[in-house]
Design a protein around this ligand. Sequence first.
Ligand code: G3I
Length: 372
Amino acid sequence: MNRRETLKLMGAGAVAVGVASPVSAAFSGPSLASLGRKRGIGFGSALSGNSLDKAAYVRLLASECSLLTAENALKWKYLEPYDGERTYGDARALADYAELRGLRQRGHCFVWNHHDRMPRWLINTAASLRTGDTSKLTRRMWRHGAFLAREFPGIHSWDALNEAVDPWTGELRETELTRLLGNRLVDLSFRILSQKYPDTELVYNDTMNWEASQLHKNGVLRLLERAIKRGVPIDALGIQSHIGKTLGRPRDELAWRKFLEEVQGLGLDVLITEFDCSDQNIIKRDAAIRDAETAAFSKGYLDLTLSFPNVRDVVVWSLSDGESYMNRQSYPEYRWRTDELPLRGHAYDKRLRPKPMRDAIALSLANAPDRA
Ligand code: G3I
């Protein structure tokens, strides 16, 4: 069944990817969390509210992970769809689940410097303000930070600011937020959270990886350097690591190593915050071939990145193909495979059978230098 057919059936309520299929063999052997723990590395996954209802998947997640990121539920856009009107959506249920299972929680994300990803009303509010007239916007930011800390106090690590740098220019992405605040957007995102969550790790999170272009990487380095000089309380860089886009395309491992050295030189920790490897660029249809290629590619990336001892956590952006954002209706069509087969970018397949990528992650964690 191809992607279009599967999505059509899902729309009709007949099947849901990863739900109707019987669960096959849970992985036996050390969990990814325990392999990571031996090296001082946390391992976790994103989880969406919908997946929380799927018992087998949630069991798998609890057995493999020591930390959890709410995939969408803590985004400002979903928590405050109208000015001053909150809806909790799945955020509360995800936080309760993490607490019950003793999973550390990563918060994603306080501010996302992107019009489509922030509440529409907030962007409209910013657009209505004259340069220099920032208090209406900054009051909303403080209010949201206070709300998060009051309602979700258990979060140990926050993406205070997400994707602020424009990959095409290396500069701050031009939005209504940066038009009004400029670099103060960076400062405020971190200062608000550091005041509201004094003991929580604060992370700048962005999409760069080992692609050949230096523009984005240099832009992120500049943002970090300048922010540190201004005394902004940044603890770590989050490297999202959706690496499939570089599979079969030019990449630059030396430049990647140099980038990681520079981040280390800034005294920052690094987290891999959203790892996955889409097989969009692999033309062959055969699942075993696609899985072997993405696994080998993932291992190369993880081995290199985890060779830096300041890389502390690895979080995958879903554990299984069935629960993946890549196989949802909302995933942009230009990122689908041309044959429209469901994407296979994760460690487990849609029936929750471990794939070679699971071995790749396990080996990279086991072989990483000891953080202790
Ligand atoms: O919940 C609605 C549903 O009611 C509606 O029928 C459907 C129609 O398209 O949309 C659903 O909402 C979607 C939501 O995901 C839940 O699946 C949104 O349209 C869609 O835009 C949203 O996409 C999320 C995206 O971030 C934007 O927030 C993805 O799930 C999520 O995986 C993705 O995660 C991002 C990280 O936050 C930042 N880094 C990149 C990463 C992957 O794109």
